[in-house]
Write a protein that binds this ligand. Structure first.
Ligand code: CU
Length: 382
């Protein structure tokens, strides 16, 4: 009997199932076996366990150790995920989260990723690191079938925040990305971040906000459709994708993931680094009631940061970083300042800041009160 999985892996039903895995094109799989070996045996090795966003694994900001091979592991997980009260996505994920985890290394380190594609998955996957050099960012050296693993090592030669995403070839590329398969890596300068005057700056906490645009088909009643598995979702999803209008735009993979119980927290006086990625589509982060003190809009730390920004631009396929010292307590909304996307489609996070209100920066001089319409207010008009 041909199981559904056999079929998806290239068995008898390929012709009938447009979404099934097709053999990768030659240009998408690279043979590097003739290359001269590199001896890294004297390099120290370190292993970091990745954590789910918006959190970031422990790391040094200023490196106190020599360059090392920094090892990470990720599992690719295909699963149905609820992305809103009434909406489910057949998701494809790095390590079970959307976005995938933020990796942090220093310039000159080697990133060594072990990538597992568990046998229960249906699809081929790989990983394209925008921080890496050659082989389609590693994509053409990492294509794994269900049940396979691969190990990729690349040298982190450029400091900055960079997207990684799945790119298994052809129309699978955008589909896997808008099904959740993206994340980011932060390559810090060995001596840490520098401000606009090249003076050292540091952060008290870092959050990683991954923005996703989702394209969920509706049925004839106008309800969002649910699917048996990721493969079955392909053709209807493709139709919505090709219209280029997302049905959902989320932070952390779900409407409301970073509000309420999931809200980010900070204390007055803390410097918070927000790393923001969007692997597919432009975004414009804005912190309502706050600013970007120092913003690496393109995320690349060799360029001086911009100062005092109200809104910054994240180009689709990139990750940026913004540093802000919270000066007032209260609730801040961190949004995509396309406000339709923020409010109606989901791209809103909250930051709850503890502290003491500073009336010098802002004071409510008169609380809202009724006024004498006969005598007041006319003076405002020209
Ligand atoms: Cu994939």
């Amino acid at each position: 009997m041909v199981t559904r999985r056999d079929a998806l892996l290239g068995g008898a039903l390929i012709a009938a199932s447009p979404y099934v895995i097709t053999k990768a094109a030659a240009s998408e799989v690279m043979n590097t076996s003739d290359a001269a070996p590199v001896d890294l045996s004297s390099m120290p090795r370190r292993k970091h366990k990745l954590v789910a966003p918006p959190f970031v694994h422990e790391h040094e900001q200023v490196s106190t150790v020599p360059p090392a091979v920094v090892q990470f592991e990720m599992n690719i997980i295909e699963k149905e995920v609820q992305i809103d009260d009434d909406t489910y996505l057949q998701a494809m994920t790095f390590n079970g989260s959307m976005p995938g985890p933020l990796m942090v290394v220093h310039e000159g380190d080697y990133v060594e990723l072990t990538l597992y594609n568990p046998p229960e998955n249906l699809m081929q996957h790989n990983i394209d690191f925008h921080a890496a050099t050659g082989a389609l960012g590693g994509g053409s050296l990492t294509l794994v079938n269900p049940g396979e693993k691969t190990v990729l090592r690349f040298k982190a030669t450029r400091p900055g925040t960079f997207v990684y995403h799945c790119a298994p070839g052809g129309p699978m590329i955008p589909w896997h990305v808008v099904s959740g398969m993206s994340g980011a890596i932060m390559v810090l300068p060995r001596d840490g971040l520098k401000d606009h005057e090249n003076k050292p700056v540091s952060y008290d906490r870092a959050y990683y906000i991954g923005e996703n645009d989702f394209y969920i088909p509706k049925d004839e009643n106008g309800d969002y459709m649910r699917f048996e598995d990721v493969g079955e979702s392909y053709s209807d999803t493709l139709e919505v994708m090709n219209g280029l209008i997302p049905t959902h735009v989320t932070f952390n993979g779900k409407v409301g993931a970073l509000t309420g119980e999931g809200a980010l927290t900070a204390k007055q006086g803390e410097n918070v680094l927000f790393v923001h990625s969007q692997a597919n589509r432009d975004s414009r982060p804005h912190l309502i009631g706050g600013h970007g003190d120092l913003v690496w809009e393109t995320g690349k730390f060799n360029n001086p940061p911009e100062r005092d920004l109200e809104t910054w631009f994240i180009r689709g396929g990139s990750a940026g970083a913004a540093l802000y010292e919270f000066l007032q307590p209260g609730v801040y909304a961190y949004v995509n300042h396309n406000l339709i996307e923020a409010v109606n489609l989901g791209a809103t996070a909250h930051v709850l800041v503890e502290g003491n209100w500073n009336n010098d920066l802002m004071e409510q001089v008169v609380a809202p009160v009724e006024y004498d319409v006969a005598h007041e207010g006319k003076t405002a008009l020209p």
